[in-house]
Structures are given as C-alpha cells and as structure tokens.
Design a protein around this ligand. Structure first.
Ligand SMILES: Nc1ncnc2c1ncn2[C@@H]1O[C@H](COP(=O)(O)OP(=O)(O)OP(=O)(O)O)[C@@H](O)[C@H]1O
Ligand SMILES: [Mg+2]
Length: 511
C-alpha cells in the first residue's frame, strides 16, 4: 500500500491580502483514507480546490503529481477525467430536480440528442444501490434529508469513475447514524481499492477511518501522522492543529441562575408544507437568567422548528400558544418583533438564513442592529467598523480585514460572523442552533466561553445541538425532544448520553 497516488509539492496560493497556502506539501498513498485536518481558515478547502482544478494551474505555485505524472488542470473536468472527484463543503445539488437528474446533470445519457430516461433511471438505481439508498431515482432532492443528499453526492461521484474521492466535511450536518453510514461506505470503498481524502472537524470520526492524518496550520503543513504506527489520540491531533496542548474542551461553569426570562407555553404548530399535519405538540419550555439550557434530540425531532416558530413565526402554520418574557406575554409574530422582545436566533443554516454572502464582515455583523451604529438615523461607519473589529478579534475570525466578503471566508469563519451578528443585537435570550457546526476545537472553546460570559451577565441561552458531549459539557439543564414533543427535562446531574437516549427510546415506544 505504499504506492503514492498523489503528491502536492510546494503549493502556495494567494488571494488578495491573504496567503491561504504557503509552500504546502501533501502525499497520499493509493487505496488509503487520508484525513486532512486543521483550524478554520487553515487552508484545507483551498488545497482541495487547487487539487481538483477549481483554481486552475497558473493561479497557484507548486506542482501536482498524480499517478506518476505532473498535472496541470485548467478546469474541474480535467481532474474529473482522470478520476479525481470532489464533493464540496456546501452541497451543490439542485433541490427541485430529481435524484437521477442531479446525478447526470451536465453529463446526460442521451440517444439521438434526447435524454434517455429509462437508461438514466436504471443507471441511477444501480448507483443508489452502491451507496445503500433505497429511494426512487425520481425523488426530488428537497424531499430527502441532508444525510441522504450526501449519499446522492457520492453516487454522483461514482457515476464518474472515481479513483480519488475528496470529501470536504461530509458529516458536518449529519447525525451520528447518517455519519456512521457514510464512514462505513468509505471503508467499503477502501476495500475495493479506492483512495479518499476526507476533511473533518469531528476527530473521533477521523480516528475511526483514517490511515494517515495530515495537519495544516495557518496555510502550512505541520505534519503527517501515520495511524498504523500506534493509536493517535484526539489530544495529539488537537495539539498539532492549535500548536499547543488543550487541557479542557469546555470552560468551567459556575452558574448563577435567576428569574425566568423566556417561557414558551402550550406551543402547538402545524407543518409548514403539510398543512393538516400537527408537527409540534404542546411544547412547554423556559429559560432563566444566567442559565444555559439545551435541547437534545434526533434529527427531525422538531428542535429547529420549535426555535424558528417562536422566533418571528419563521416556520410553521396555525401556531397557537404563548410566549412570555419575564412573565409578561410578548408579541413575537414577526422577526423584528421577536428581536424587540429580546430574542435572537442563530440559525443552523448559515447560507440561507444567516449571512448575506456578497456583503462583507462589517455589514453582516451590524445588519440586525443598525440602530446601534447610527446617529440621527445615519449609519456611522466608524462605529460600525469598531463593532465589527471587536467581534472579529473576540471570535478569532480569520480574514484579511472586516471588509472581506462573507462568501470568501472559510466555512467555520462564516459561522462566526453569523454569531457576531446576533450577539450584537444584545438579546436577553439567545437561541443557538448547532452553533459549533463546522467549527474547529479551539474556536469551539471560544464560543463556549462567550456563552458562559453571556450567561454570567444574566442572559439566558437556549442551545440546540446534535453533539451530546457539547450539551453535556455546557448546559445547566437539558430538554429532550422527540417526534415534536418534549419527552424529558434533565438537570445537569441527571443528564448523560444514556439518560438522553433512554428518554428518546422510551417516548418512541409510546407513539
Ligand atoms: N476566494 C477567496 N478569496 C479570498 N480569500 C479566500 C478565498 N477563499 C479562501 N480564502 C481565505 O483563505 C483561507 C483558507 O480558507 P479555507 O476555506 O481553505 O479554510 P478551511 O481550512 O477549509 O477552513 P474551514 O474549516 O473553516 O472550512 C482563509 O483565510 C479564507 O478566508
Ligand atoms: Mg473548508
């Protein structure tokens, strides 16, 4: 297994004002799963875009050796032609098209100039079987979850005769079951001789599948660890990523809990699209001053829908129930009213709801609270810049300046901008939906520290997370949701992975 399929030598890639990659070298053995890790903005996605021809030869320095030859790709299809296929960090499927149409988009199977549907469907069926999907090729992308969408992306890669598969954070938005399925599939491909490169911030997954791990830091290669020479601990990987030991993953918490701030009472919500179906049933939750409250649950349990329906009715229909702040009923029927009532919601879906991609960091940061950076109704550039710079430093947003467009930020840094924006609305209760998705370990610690600090200032935090260790490490109290209902409420002492799972299982049996 020592045949080197890929060697990238001395890769340097510069964007205006940033050196994203600085003399990076990277070697991959044929048939292995090679993990690429590093903090947000370390240059992982950029390196893979160089490799796949997204950034063509001539726009970077250095050499790509693949299969014994120097390669200079001018387009993505050049790299695809020799079997290098990349699945990007942000999925690129067309929601309203079917699985089959998506797989063969731009690569249609045609007979006499017309698309041969029977052949397209038959081939799609075969590809779906390979990735373990049983949905019909005619199913539209919007009708399947993110986990399945990732598998469709892989099926699409397989339709192109892949030899080297690159996956950029494929499991970032997947739950544990879907992640496991995807990793098992990768291991299956390895048995068949396929090579893959996987980028991930989930170090437990990396340890499970990787043969080698390459660590990037600040645009440079730090080291490559061989997993067959002995077990490599998460702490060891983290040390390489952040350049020092990290003693704890969670900052210490010393909660001082006060009066009830937010109360959601008898909250019933019908499904946004299937209008006769009740989705949320009689939700009752509260958050007190100084308290960090979690909502645990499996994908589809209704956690995001709860948050969104409360925050300006941005999801759902036929909503009934009450929202109280400090014991008084408040009107949260639109987003501006919800903000006025003292709520803020940091969405899990940063691309669609959280960020204006073609605006810069400064504009995104102040967007939800322009009044605070205006004097007499006129925007004060100086104030705006001061605020944005403050958050950029506090959250360690890696960018050349606050004037960098959001679209050019690395995935994790985009998430930090979304967080800045809502922090700046200075809410009484901050609802965080998967706040650390795609965020590196060092920055996660920063975010938990900020959460603690907000709580110590007397704010209430409601946090939705699919990562149980994160909930257990940060929350004072945890609600468990399943199938649109609150099925348990656990104190910090009662909460554990087991007690949460038990609550979910038990409620599943009842319905
Ligand atoms: N098109 C671009 N224009 C300007 N700067 C860019 C562009 N793309 C990336 N960068 C910058 O290059 C650096 C590396 O970004 P990259 O996306 O490769 O990071 P990453 O390691 O994938 O991080 P993450 O874990 O957050 O996804 C960052 O500082 C980023 O802001
Ligand atoms: Mg990236």
């Amino acid at each position: 297994m020592d045949n080197i399929i890929l060697e990238m030598r001395g890769i340097t890639k510069t964007f205006p004002g940033v050196k994203a990659l600085d003399n990076v070298s990277f070697k991959v053995r044929e048939g292995e799963i090679h993990a690429l890790v590093g903090e947000n903005g370390a240059g992982k996605s950029t390196l893979m875009k160089v490799l796949s021809g997204v950034y063509p030869a001539g726009t970077y320095e250095g050499e790509i050796h693949y299969d014994g030859e120097v390669r200079r790709f001018s387009t993505i299809s050049n790299s695809e032609d020799i079997g290098i296929i990349i699945i990007h960090q942000e999925l690129a499927l067309v929601p309203l098209l079917s699985i089959a149409e998506n797989i063969f988009l731009g690569n249609e199977i045609a007979k006499n100039g017309v698309i041969d549907w029977p052949a397209t469907f038959a081939r799609t069926q075969g590809l779906l079987e390979k990735v373990g999907l049983r949905d019909s090729p005619a199913t539209r992308i919007t009708d399947i979850g993110v986990g399945k969408q990732q598998l469709v992306e892989i099926a699409k890669a397989l339709s192109k005769k892949v030899r080297l598969l690159i996956l950029d954070e494929p499991t970032a938005s997947l739950n544990e079951t879907d992640s496991d399925a995807l990793l098992t599939l990768l291991m299956e491909f390895r048995k068949q001789g396929m090579t893959s490169i996987i980028i991930s911030h989930k170090l437990n997954e990396i340890r499970k599948v990787a043969d080698q791990i390459t660590i990037l830091r600040d645009g440079g290669t730090v080291e490559t660890l061989d997993c067959h020479g002995g077990d490599i601990s998460e702490d060891r990987i983290i040390k390489g990523m952040v350049g020092r030991d990290m003693e704890d993953r969670y900052p210490p918490r010393d909660p001082k809990i006060g009066e009830v701030l937010l109360e959601v009472k008898n909250w019933n919500v019908f499904h946004q699209n299937h209008r006769d179906r009740q989705f949320l049933h009689d939700i009752n939750i509260n958050v007190r001053a100084g308290e960090v409250v979690g909502i645990a649950g499996l994908m589809g349990a209704g956690r995001t829908e709860t948050a969104m329906s409360v925050f300006g009715r941005s999801w759902g229909h036929k909503i009934t129930g009450d929202v109280l702040m400090r014991g008084a009923a408040v009107d949260v029927s639109t987003i501006p009213k919800a903000i006025d009532a003292g709520l803020a919601y940091v969405t899990e879906d940063r691309k669609h709801l959280g960020l204006v991609l073609n605006s810069n960091i400064l504009q995104n940061t102040t967007l939800a609270n322009l009044a605070a950076v205006s004097s007499n109704g006129i925007l004060d550039d100086h104030k705006e810049a001061e605020v944005a710079s403050g958050y950029r430093t506090k959250l360690r947003i890696r960018s050349h300046s606050i004037y960098q467009e959001a679209v050019n930020l690395s995935g994790g840094n985009q998430q930090k901008v979304v967080l800045s924006k809502w922090l700046f609305t200075n809410p009484e209760v901050l609802i965080l939906d998967e706040p650390t998705r795609g965020i590196d370990v060092g920055a996660k610690f920063e975010i938990y520290t900020i959460i603690n600090q907000l709580a110590s200032e007397g704010k209430g935090i409601l946090m939705i997370s699919s990562e149980m260790p994160e909930l257990l490490g940060t929350c004072d109290r945890i609600y468990v949701m399943n199938e649109g209902r609150i099925v348990a409420e656990l104190s910090r002492e009662e909460a554990s992975q087991e007690s949460i799972m038990r609550a979910i299982m038990r409620s599943g049996e009842k319905h």
